[in-house]
Design a binder for this molecule. Structure first.
Ligand code: SAH
Ligand code: SF4
Ligand code: F3S
Length: 481
């Protein structure tokens, strides 16, 4: 169970589901949901759990006691799909032991492969795409009558705005909140526009309400999610006209400000920013509010303008570096992370070298790095040849990874000696004697557990580091308002 993109998702929580308390109209049936891919998928699984809870399903962490198993899948790279197919292989025996077990595929693979997945994977009973989750109870019922059930319709307006997601990590500190769905960008390498459909924004009132509810339940951090958060626009048509003049319009900077007002004790993060759309007004709002974390995930993909053009990213190397300069000017000490693809179609040694020099110029705190994986139907698959050998992709990726490891270490070393405000997330993965949490820049900091509790803010003096983690000691517990 791995996360394809947002590796910051706590690996230990992935694929987990928990028993819902207080399901009054329980039907005694149990749902097990397992999620792959990006934070959006993890967030959707919570919407799914909520829709099924209304039908009386309680969720379970134990796949063996489930009546319905739903796998929320990812298609971003070929290996993401391979992983899901391997997992389906594991489930074969369970289906043999219990022929009534309903096995469903949700998410991006469901949308990409549609009905054909039923022929390829005989044990699958149900296929539901990302905009079809309200139909899940009907689909499960259909399976109950001995049929296979499929709904992969994409919608132009579904945002599940009215659904209050069931948090699969009850008692958690940090939660994802979707603000947009889909993507209109058509980066040439990317399958997401095909699996998630057109971009649409969610009503800001429902977003703020969800954040308020989370805060009231004890959550202390929200991450606003969208494939391109900067294009959030409520109540405007794609032509920029106001849809309903009685209601005001809201852009991403304004939305973030509304969420920041929920409580100074609620941290606000967001992901993902797009270099072509990230504006200074978003940076100015970040600088204005202490509770908006100084951290931006700004995927660059490549440091070479010709490659960026082939990728249809809508910006050049110079534009990207200008955005980095704006971040550093307006939000000093901001953590900056990125995504990089090695070996895109036609990438020459010189073009690859430009990615390495861009890394040197920016010095990212963190990066997700991938080998290019050709995806069916994308612009790149239709227009270009996937002509870089696996060996060269691997060699280039290794160079990128090595450089990034050095840079992450440099960034961490710079923080040694500083005192940072940390939101405690729980025990450290490696030791029950230590707790851990992140600072605003999103660096993970580990410190002796003392009498501290998860969800508390503490000031931690950083004493040493590796390239992945900072170590420190608490110097002060922050007063609550
Ligand atoms: N919406 C985000 C990215 C979503 S996908 C954005 O525009 O930045 C997450 C990351 O997966 C991308 O940033 C890219 O680095 C990587 N990715 C997407 N398609 C890929 C492919 N075909 N091969 C390799 N990596 C890919
Ligand atoms: Fe994919 Fe580009 Fe949309 Fe990101 S912005 S999801 S990379 S098409
Ligand atoms: Fe994967 Fe779909 Fe997310 S392809 S990265 S789960 S939007």
């Amino acid at each position: 169970m791995t996360s394809e993109h947002n590796k910051e998702i706590d690996e230990s929580k992935q694929g987990e589901a928990v028993l819902l308390e207080g399901t009054s109209n329980g039907n005694g049936k149990k749902l097990y949901v397992e999620s792959y891919g990006c934070a959006m998928n993890f967030s959707d699984s919570e919407v799914v759990a909520s829709i099924m809870a209304k039908e009386g399903y309680s969720t379970t962490r134990n796949v063996d006691e489930a009546d319905v198993v739903l796998i929320n899948t990812c298609s971003i790279r070929e290996n993401a799909e391979t992983r899901v197919r391997t997992r389906l292989g594991d489930l074969k025996q369970k289906k043999k032991n219990n022929p009534d077990l309903v096995i469903g595929i949700l998410g991006c693979m469901a949308e990409r492969l549609k009905k054909s997945l039923l022929d390829e994977e005989k044990l699958v009973d149900l296929i539901a795409g990302p905009d079809a989750y309200r139909d899940l109870p009907n689909l499960v019922e259909e399976v109950g009558t001995g049929q296979k059930a499929v709904n992969v319709l994409l919608s132009r307006d579904e945002t599940y705005a009215d659904i209050s997601p069931v948090r699969l990590d009850q008692g958690g500190v940090s939660a994802f909140v979707s603000i947009t769905r889909g993507c209109d960008n058509m980066c040439s390498f990317c399958v997401v526009p095909f699996t998630r459909g057109r971009e649409r924004s969610r009503d800001p009132k429902t977003i703020v309400q969800e954040c308020q509810d989370l805060f009231d339940k004890g959550y202390r951090e929200v991450t606003l999610l969208g494939q391109n958060v900067d294009s959030y626009r409520w109540n405007l048509t794609s032509k920029g006209e106001i849809k309903d003049s009685a209601e005001s319009t809201t852009n991403f900077a304004e939305l973030m400000e509304m969420v920041a007002h929920v409580s100074p004790e609620l941290r606000v993060r967001f992901s993902t920013s797009h270099p072509k759309d990230m504006t200074d007004d978003v940076l100015e709002v970040m600088a204005k509010y202490e509770n908006i974390c100084s951290n931006i995930h700004l995927p660059v993909q490549s440091g070479n303008s010709a490659v960026l053009e082939r990728m249809n990213r809508g910006y050049s190397r110079e534009w990207y570096l200008n955005r980095i300069e704006a971040i550093r000017r307006i939000v000093p000490n901001c953590g900056i992370s990125t995504d990089i693809i090695s070996g895109f179609c036609g990438e020459t040694d010189e073009e690859h070298n430009d990615t390495l020099t861009l890394l040197d110029e920016v010095v990212f705190d963190f990066a997700y790095m991938y080998k290019y994986s050709e995806r069916p139907k994308t612009l790149a698959e239709r227009r270009f040849t996937d002509d870089i050998s696996e060996e060269i992709k691997g060699k280039r990726l290794a160079e990128i990874v090595e450089k990034q490891r050095e840079h992450a270490h440099i960034c961490n070393l710079k923080q040694v000696g500083q005192i940072e405000k940390v939101l405690i997330e729980g025990f450290s993965k490696k030791s029950q004697e230590h707790m851990c949490g992140r600072n605003g820049k999103n660096s993970m900091i580990v410190f002796p557990k003392g009498d501290f509790n998860k969800g508390q803010y503490v000031m931690v003096k950083i004493t040493s580091c590796t390239s992945a983690t900072l170590l420190g000691e608490v110097v002060e517990v922050c007063a609550t308002h």
